[in-house]
Ligand binder design. Structure first.
Ligand SMILES: [Zn+2]
Length: 68
């Protein structure tokens, strides 16, 4: 198996941009589904959890956000 790092970098860069767009949408209260399980993503506030951020029910998506 040959690893193509240029492709990997491209992908992670793209997914970083996707992640930013996704976070914005969720923060605006728009419906966004998890790319893994298709369940809706929701905002986890600091009141709800020690690790606030954006998550799906199954937990395959959990983006930690700093609410400070
Ligand atoms: Zn999920």
């Amino acid at each position: 198996m040959k690893l193509d790092f240029s492709q990997l970098n491209k992908q992670s860069k793209r997914s970083f941009g996707d992640q930013q767009a996704m976070i914005k949408k969720v923060m605006q209260g728009k419906a966004v589904n998890c790319t893994e399980c298709g369940q809706p993503l929701f905002l986890v506030t600091p009141e709800q959890s020690d690790v606030p951020g954006i998550a799906c029910k199954k937990g395959c998506t959990h983006i930690h956000l700093d609410f400070s």
